[in-house]
Design a protein around this ligand. Structure first.
Ligand SMILES: [Zn+2]
Length: 422
């Protein structure tokens, strides 16, 4: 008999969690390390403790609930996401991955499924970065992208530090937050823990936050990686002059040049295939007066592609286009593509096949905790559709059927990966 997740219980917990920091239009506001975040954490910890899972808090306030395997010396399996939200966020972003992981481990417990590897349910602190920028700060410390000091010293608009706020709400733990020190700590504790154990795999279930699965009527996305991103500030300089007296052929109008450049930028994305993205999100003409030919134009370009070579060639094309018209192109940020672990991806694909779920392999266009975790632990993600692709919005909605299917894939994958032979 196939294991099943308990729909009523999972949906019931999702809705109970959504009461904490509830907003009038159905959304939630649970900013990282706020009073509402404390309530959400307390409820999650209570649920874990009721099931007999031991709860460990790390220095960044991330929560790790542990169900011990029969071979605690083997590298453990982790599943989770985040409980914090945007200022007017939805009920599903993040919460789904944490509560589905809890449901999965509860099903494993109730059915007395033997698992050699220890399983952790994790909730990462401050994924959203809405109150404390940047986003994904605790998983970033874990994965080595940020130092612990940097993470704890993030400051909100009122001047409050993340570390102090975690202390205030009672979630400043002592478990080392970064992977390197965590490993040393676990090694030192091996006699108490039944042997030294690192981490074997991390799986995160999340709503897609985009329209692809819904429009294809597929219920599960097996996420194979995350797009690489390159950001540019570009400036085209012309000469400012009166809009009336100067004839059209005697102007040096930077907007005119921009008009030629824009279609070429979209064309370079088109040429790089269906996975490529090019976005011109900000445009400013200076001095910004209706009867003055602008002296210069500044705009931003955001290029994305899951394949680094393709992203590189998009970069080269953009640079050449800018050179050709004499625009100054300044790259300000580069985040390389992430490729998730083959074994974890296959565990997810195997479950979709076994269960007969309409699914596809896809890349994530958004950042997630899984990105930083994947730097140190074999990782993969599961997406489910969300209505109209809308997220970071009170209207965010996911269908219970899709939630159950996503949690089922998580269940199969965790059972698989928690097996000693894998
Ligand atoms: Zn999220």
């Amino acid at each position: 008999m196939e294991l099943m997740v308990n729909r009523e219980r999972l949906m019931g917990r999702m809705m109970e969690m959504a009461q904490l920091g509830a907003l009038p239009n159905g959304g939630v506001k649970r900013l990282a390390a706020s009073d509402e975040d404390k309530l959400g954490r307390d409820l999650f910890v209570k649920w874990c403790a009721e099931l007999g899972f031991s709860v460990h808090i790390d220095e960044m306030g991330s929560i790790f609930a542990r169900k011990e395997g029969t071979r605690p010396d083997l590298p453990a399996v982790m599943a989770g996401s985040h409980l914090d939200s945007q200022p007017s966020g939805g009920k599903y972003d993040g919460v789904l991955g944490v509560l589905a992981a809890l449901e999965v481990v509860q099903v494993i417990k109730e059915n007395n499924i033997e698992h050699e590897r220890t399983i952790y349910i994790v909730s990462w602190t401050n994924e959203e970065g809405a109150r404390f920028a940047p986003a994904m700060v605790a998983s970033g410390v874990f994965g080595g992208a940020f130092t612990l000091e940097y993470g704890l010293s993030r400051t909100d608009a009122a001047g409050l530090k993340l570390g102090e706020e975690l202390k205030r709400i009672g979630y400043k733990g002592t478990l080392p937050a970064d992977y390197g020190r965590r490993m040393k700590y676990l090694k030192a504790k091996q006699s108490e823990n039944g042997g030294f154990s690192s981490y074997k795999a991390y799986v995160e279930l999340h709503i897609e936050q985009g329209p692809i699965l819904e429009s294809a009527r597929e219920t599960v996305g097996v996420v194979t990686g995350v797009q690489g991103i390159r950001w540019y500030d570009i400036e085209i300089v012309g000469s400012e002059t009166h809009a009336g007296p100067s004839p059209m052929n005697m102007r040096n109008d930077p907007v005119r040049k921009l008009g030629d450049l824009i279609p070429e930028i979209y064309a370079l994305a088109k040429a790089a295939g269906a996975d490529a993205r090019a976005t011109i999100g900000e445009l400013h003409a200076f001095p910004g007066s209706r009867n003055t030919v602008p002296g210069n134009v500044r705009f931003t370009v955001d290029l994305r592609h899951p394949d680094d070579k393709s992203l590189e060639s998009m970069h080269n094309m953009l640079t050449r286009l800018c050179e050709r018209i004499g625009a100054d192109c300044n790259e300000i940020w580069y985040s390389p593509p992430v490729r998730f672990d083959f074994g974890c991806v296959e565990a997810l694909a195997k479950s979709c096949k076994k269960r007969g779920f309409p699914s596809r392999k896809m890349v994530s266009g958004a950042g997630h905790d899984a990105v930083y975790v994947s730097k140190v632990i074999p990782t993969a993600m599961i997406f489910i559709p969300c209505r109209d692709g809308i997220s970071h919005n009170e209207a965010e909605h996911a269908e219970p059927d899709d939630i159950v299917n996503g949690a089922t894939v998580l269940l199969d994958a965790v059972c698989d990966l928690a097996n000693a032979e894998i």
